[in-house]
Design a protein around this ligand. Structure first.
Ligand code: BG6
Length: 504
């Protein structure tokens, strides 16, 4: 049976790990968001499954704490309606009983609504330790034998290449690739979903998107908070595994892949895999790593102050990596991926800096730069040179600005990443999920670097104060990779007054 058709009114959604943090903060609020917007059938059945004993009412209270309303008056009644579709089922992950009861509940519901071809979506919001076990039992006891099963799985998909392959080896006999939806929530972000349209739908960008015009590419992820409360978890993960091997690499493949023949999910994923295979091995000499220390005023803790972290931990909380792609389009274009916790702001953006124009007629002129701000406050702006209005003979760097908040009305519903992805899965669209071969190549690329960073040969991460811009060497690192700061750092976006920089 094809799994690419949309699920319908009689679909059943089961969230495993329903009492956990992810389910509470992301999965259920996303399901509610979809219901609120009329994107989930009003007859869908949603079951939370977990080991903890929780009364149904407590469960509903717990999940609804994080529901978001867009229109207080209109949306409030929808909470009650939605909660009526939900129920909680307590069960173990390692014994048959809970799954058999779950099968009974689902079966009875399907019988009642008269489904001939069951549609079951299982969302595994689970820690890696129970993941395979649940997958096996799910296949054995609650798989939709005469219908369609879809499974959403959450990272981490392994810890390195070997463990990822091991996990894949466990899952492959149970579920087909068509049934599996590996979530990387960055692929559900509005701006990331826009990348293919921006790149391939605009000749201006499509025609210049190569080594002949682009000087450098940068993807930057900044968080203004540390690992507070998650130190124990983070210590064996580090920033590279946490957001770079997955989220930022996904963004980078969309930025650098060749034009797919269509928007068909496999056409897109084929191109992503192809470009990933063209990346040069990561150069362990071309990295900048750091770990945050106390804030300058001493109010915010350093990473090592976290009691759940080993006192001498060399865990990397900041990394900047130099990357390169060996193909005709990108040969020689420096790419920097950088990510850090406990910095001066929270921001994720992409910077494409173009080559300088031939000077000739100009004494001085700045470079074009396209900035795609993924979050917060989605925006796309292009730094361009323009004559200062009036009698001036000077140029200034200004911008073409598409800030979503000012361009689109507030009534526009931009789904949260998890809303977008659960909806895609419901519709049977795999475009924004990670395919098995893609995962394999991404681990192949990152595992040697991770092994190096975690070995005795790695340099000690440079300390940077909580709330600062990161390790001191960053600016020089970016310069080394072809990035030039506009106006020697004085350019601000958005611009209010022209700042003179350039002469005709
Ligand atoms: C998660 C990481 O995958 O992504 C977190 O584990 C990180 O450490 C988060 O904070 C960032 O996601 P977002 O959507 O808040 O940018």
């Amino acid at each position: 049976m094809s799994t690419s058709a949309s699920f319908g009114a009689n679909a059943v959604i089961v969230v495993f790990g329903a009492s956990g943090d992810l389910a509470k903060k992301k999965t259920f609020p996303a399901l509610f968001g979809l219901y609120r917007e009329g994107q989930l059938p009003s007859t869908v059945k949603i079951i939370g499954y977990a080991r903890s004993k929780i009364e149904d009412a407590d469960f509903k209270k717990r999940i609804s704490d994080n529901f978001k309303l867009r229109d207080e008056e209109k949306d409030k009644p929808k909470i009650e309606e939605f909660l009526k579709l939900c129920s909680y089922h307590q069960g173990a992950y390692d014994t048959a009983e809970g799954y058999e009861e779950l099968e009974k509940i689902i079966g009875e519901h399907e019988k009642k609504v008269g489904t001939e071809s069951p549609e079951r979506l299982f969302y595994l919001a689970l820690p890696p330790s129970v993941f395979t076990e649940v997958a096996k039992n799910l296949k054995k006891y609650v798989y939709a034998e005469n219908g369609t099963t879809r499974i959403i799985v959450e990272k981490p998909f392994g810890h390195d290449l070997d463990s990822s392959r091991e996990l894949q080896k466990d899952l492959a006999p149970l579920f087909t690739e068509e049934e599996l939806y590996r979530i990387d929530h960055y692929l559900g972000k509005e701006m990331v979903k826009n990348l293919l349209v921006l790149r391939f739908g605009n000749e201006l960008l499509s025609g210049t998107w190569n080594k002949n015009h682009i000087k450098s590419i940068q993807i930057s992820f900044k968080e203004a908070f540390g690992t507070e409360g998650r130190g124990g978890y983070f210590d064996s993960i580090g920033i590279v595994r946490d957001v770079m091997q997955n989220h930022l690499l996904q963004v980078l493949t969309l930025l650098t892949m060749e034009r797919p023949v269509s928007f068909d999910p496999e056409a897109i994923r084929d191109e992503k895999v192809k470009v990933l295979k063209a990346f040069s091995p990561l150069n362990t000499d071309d990295i900048l790593i750091g770990q945050y220390t106390k804030s300058e005023d001493g109010k915010k803790p350093g990473y090592l102050d976290d009691e759940t972290v080993k006192g001498d931990s060399k865990c990397v909380t900041y990394a900047a990596l130099g990357l390169g792609i060996n193909n005709e389009r990108w040969e020689g274009v420096p790419i920097v991926m950088r990510a850090g916790k406990a910095l001066d702001e929270s921001k994720v953006e992409i910077r494409i800096q173009f080559k300088p124009v031939a000077k000739g007629m100009f004494e001085e002129i700045q470079r074009n730069e396209l900035v795609i701000r993924v979050q917060p406050n989605e925006a796309i702006y292009m730094k361009i040179n323009s004559k200062i209005p009036g009698i001036s003979t000077e140029t200034s760097l200004t911008d073409l600005d598409l800030t979503y908040k000012s361009r689109y009305s507030k009534d526009f519903w931009i789904p949260e990443a998890y809303e977008a992805l659960i909806r895609d899965c419901f519709l049977g669209n795999h475009s924004n999920f990670v395919r098995d071969d893609e995962l394999d190549v991404s681990w192949k690329l990152f595992t040697p670097l991770l092994n190096f960073i975690e070995s005795d040969k790695a340099p000690v991460p440079e300390g940077y104060a909580y709330g600062s811009k990161g390790p001191k060497g960053l600016r020089a690192f970016l310069n080394k990779h072809g990035y030039v700061f506009a106006d020697e750092g004085t350019y601000q976006w958005p611009l209010t007054t022209p700042n003179v920089k350039g002469k005709m």
